[in-house]
Design a protein around this ligand. Structure first.
Ligand SMILES: CC(C)(COP(=O)(O)OP(=O)(O)OC[C@H]1O[C@@H](n2cnc3c(N)ncnc32)[C@H](O)[C@@H]1OP(=O)(O)O)[C@@H](O)C(=O)NCCC(=O)NCCS
Length: 318
């Protein structure tokens, strides 16, 4: 909390002073893994930093985004950062720890540990019982740090991305691509909920209800300026699966596959070329899969593995 006494080096982030230096630090520390959304995030931080420099403008237009966190300062230079993002999970306030970053010249001196440990105290003092974070599975220094502070793995998911220009026609799949109707929904919903259970869904922009097919949901989406597209793959024995497209404000739109696990690859193989032709947007498409589903076959369809994220939690901060 604000009245806490910090060591002179470790203090709360001050949005008016620190944002630009924090943006530089995050860019430096994450440049090897930064995707288009990361670049947009840094740009947004820099824009906010500029707005912060003009109090008159701020008064008229209060910032829509609020950055909260801790920084480590040495000789007037910010060399460490932790960002704290509050959100609600299962009706309870929890905090996501993000942007844990230490300048390469200052690593392995305990700064990352001190920042994260203090962040946990701040979160607890703010009345939150749980802290969450996500980390790429290959980032062993960070994974070790979080384990040693008491974080436990809750789930792991992979994100695959396809540039529609490079969609490869897979081996001929059985079945016929058709529309998806309202009466298909109970089955499709059950498949979706099996692939995206709550532990996976809460950290994705996934919610089954807004994806429901039918003329009435279509009309409601149209009135709200939203859109969703559906395709079904049907074989002799009935529906093999469905593919649902949802636009996103991030750099890639989202595909939600719905099928029994064994049918995921036949579904994508059969429907993807149709879907790409239908969409004609040229925008990249992502598919998120929990890691218990083997996604390697997506590579043969032209997808590239973007990352595999481990989601970790400290469930009870005391
Ligand atoms: C991860 C990062 C913040 C660690 O910062 P740091 O100041 O070097 O970490 P610390 O010196 O406090 O080390 C804390 C623990 O992290 C682990 N760790 C740190 N560097 C490590 C390395 N190179 N290899 C293995 N473990 C390492 C160790 O468990 C260490 O504990 P120990 O010193 O008792 O063995 C830093 O490496 C970094 O900025 N990386 C790039 C950005 C990033 O990936 N952030 C995490 C995103 S989830």
């Amino acid at each position: 909390m604000d009245h806490m006494v910090y060591s002179p080096k470790l203090r709360l982030l001050d949005m008016h002073r620190d944002l630009s230096a924090v943006a530089d630090l995050i860019e430096l520390c994450f440049r090897d893994q930064m995707d288009a959304d990361g670049v947009a995030y840094i740009r947004q931080m820099r824009r906010l930093a500029q707005e912060m420099a003009y109090p008159a403008v701020l008064l008229a237009n209060p910032p829509r985004v609020h950055f909260s966190g801790l920084v480590w300062e040495e000789n007037g230079k910010i060399i460490g950062n932790v960002t704290l993002i509050p959100f609600v999970k299962d009706g309870k306030p929890v905090t996501l720890i993000a942007n844990v970053a230490v300048h390469p010249d200052y690593r392995q001196r305990g700064i990352g540990r001190a920042l994260t440990a203090r962040a946990l105290e701040v979160i607890r003092d703010r009345g939150n019982r749980a802290a969450w974070l996500q980390v790429r599975e290959e980032n062993q220094p960070a994974v070790q740090l979080y384990h040693s502070l008491g974080f436990v793995e809750r789930t792991r998911r992979a994100t695959w991305e396809l540039n529609p220009k490079y969609v490869k026609a897979g081996a001929l799949s059985e079945g016929e691509v058709t529309s998806l109707g309202a009466r298909d929904w109970p089955q499709v919903r059950a498949w979706l909920e099996a692939l995206y259970p709550p532990l996976i869904a809460w950290n994705l922009p996934f919610s089954a209800e807004p994806l429901r097919p039918g003329w009435w949901p279509d009309l409601q989406r149209w009135m709200n300026g939203q859109s969703v597209r559906h395709w079904a793959l049907r074989g002799g024995a009935g529906m093999i699966g469905a593919l649902i497209w949802e636009p996103s404000r991030l750099s890639a739109d989202i595909l939600w596959p719905a099928a029994a696990e064994v049918n995921l690859v036949p579904l994508l193989t059969g429907v993807l070329p149709f879907a790409v032709q239908d969409l004609r947007s040229g925008r990249p498409l992502t598919v998120n899969l929990p890691v218990w589903v083997d996604g390697t076959a997506l590579g043969t369809l032209g997808f590239q593995l973007q990352n595999t994220l481990i989601w970790m939690e400290i469930p009870d901060l005391g």
